[in-house]
Design a protein around this ligand. Structure first.
Ligand code: SF4
Ligand code: SF4
Length: 84
């Protein structure tokens, strides 16, 4: 699963500029067509090495909106996509 924005997202824009890897897009670019923000897990690092928790989740005012399943795989720490 990695990092995921769930359907309780209120599109407040608080997370997007906090992401160090520009992995978050707004609802207009959500590839699933959902009216919520979206995390690209190909580029998301889960903030490992920068922050004990995803920075986006700490910035999000909607409790439980951003969920994750750290830790990432070793491969992903080095910038490769996770198989799952
Ligand atoms: S966990 Fe970190 S890298 Fe991933 S989307 Fe959130 S802020 Fe960006
Ligand atoms: S901070 Fe939370 S509620 Fe706001 S846009 Fe990001 S995921 Fe959605």
């Amino acid at each position: 699963m990695a990092v995921k924005i769930t359907d309780i997202c209120i599109c407040c824009d608080s997370c997007i500029d906090e992401c160090p890897t520009n992995s978050i897009v707004d609802e207009s670019e959500n590839p699933n067509g959902d009216n919520i923000y979206f995390v690209d897990n190909e580029t998301c690092t889960e903030c490992i090495g920068n922050n004990p928790n995803p920075t986006c989740a700490e910035a999000c005012p909607t409790e439980g909106c951003i969920v994750w399943d750290n830790p990432k795989t070793e491969n992903k720490i080095h910038g490769q996509a996770c198989e799952d």
